[in-house]
Design a protein. Structure first.
Length: 334
């Protein structure tokens, strides 16, 4: 029987140090070298896998009739929800990282946003925080109520928080000291990974689907650490006039081209610096791709994987962004 890494799920092998699952010796080893270094040193090794491999796992889960926990990061809700109805309805939508939003944001408001903008074929929706252990008891109750088999699958995009959620469930409801490997970097889990919570529930972690239009796939590992929020976000609001711009570090420039005096509120990692400049006297980040957007009132401009900006009044803006990153509009989330 082929042994699998207990951290990322790939078969262990001792033949090629440059491939996933490498260990120096197979006997007595349960973690691949990559997972060992992530856990103990925070040393992340990129593993190149064809995105089709992740997609194949995703498609395989769709064919099963097990209960599905569809895991979405609260800051990146819209990136995956268009695929949720493909799972046939036996799905609980689990929205993670609730602790990153300002405490003033009510769950009822977020649920209202989902109801108004998506026709979701699901059992129910629950908000959780694996860091704060928020709503884990309620999630366990839902799993017990709706599961039709012992194995319950977790699916979602990379960095949605699936593995962190499993670890929180293990810590809270199991006697095991087992941990799935987690990190802020994309594609940490590489294959199916079964984690037994008790005699009646086994959670199956799946590789996160890599969204190629996400900012996290376009920058260095150092930048990923900076971009990924770790604590409750402190929104940054700016009163903006035409011919002014907001600069988000060296990642994005948002130009206010035309409109009334306006309010722009940014929701992003607290580690990111934001500068307001006057386009008449300063000019930065001209090497980025530019797109023009006609923004209705009370609309979010979402820069996938980086941030979103709520704009109060109608505005014509230009967004300067890395090539291939998705930028889109949605009705305000908050």
């Amino acid at each position: 029987m082929i042994k699998k890494c207990l951290g990322c799920g790939v078969p262990l092998q001792s033949d090629d140090a440059n491939k996933a699952g490498y260990v120096e010796q197979l006997e007595g080893t349960y973690l691949c070298k990559r997972c060992f270094r992530i856990k103990n040193y925070g040393d992340y090794q990129v593993v190149k896998k064809d995105i089709k491999e992740y997609q194949n796992v995703f498609e395989g889960v769709k064919k099963k009739d097990n209960l599905i926990l569809f895991v979405c990061d609260v800051l990146n809700l819209d990136s995956m929800l268009k695929t949720i109805n493909e799972f046939g309805g036996n799905v609980i939508l689990v929205i993670t990282k609730k602790d990153l939003l300002p405490k003033s944001v009510k769950e009822s408001k977020l649920l209202s946003y989902l109801t108004q903008n998506y026709n979701l074929n699901i059992i129910t929706t629950i908000f959780v925080s694996s860091v704060k252990n928020y709503n884990l008891d309620a999630l366990l109750s839902l799993i017990k109520k709706y599961k039709n088999k012992d194995e319950v699958y977790l699916v979602g995009s990379t960095n949605a928080g699936k593995s962190t959620l499993i670890n929180a469930m293990v810590k809270s409801y199991s006697n095991s000291s087992y941990e799935v490997t987690t990190s802020v970097f994309p594609a940490t889990t590489l294959d199916l990974l079964k984690v037994k919570i008790n005699d009646e529930i086994t959670l199956v972690d799946t590789p996160g689907l890599v969204m190629e239009d996400n900012y996290l796939t376009k920058v260095s590992l150092k930048d990923i650490k900076k971009i990924s929020p770790k604590k409750e976000i402190k929104p940054k609001t700016y009163q903006i006039k035409p011919e002014q711009s907001l600069i988000i570090d060296n990642y994005v420039r948002i130009d206010y081209v035309k409109g009334e005096a306006n309010s722009f509120t940014l929701y992003l990692s607290n580690a990111l610096n934001v500068d307001r400049i006057n386009l008449k006297t300063k000019d930065k980040l001209n090497d980025l791709v530019t797109m023009e957007l006609d923004v209705p009132a009370l609309t979010d401009v979402v820069i996938s994987g980086l941030c979103f900006c709520k704009i109060v009044k109608p505005a014509l803006i230009k967004v300067h962004i890395k090539k291939g990153v998705k930028v889109f509009l949605r009705p305000k989330l908050i």
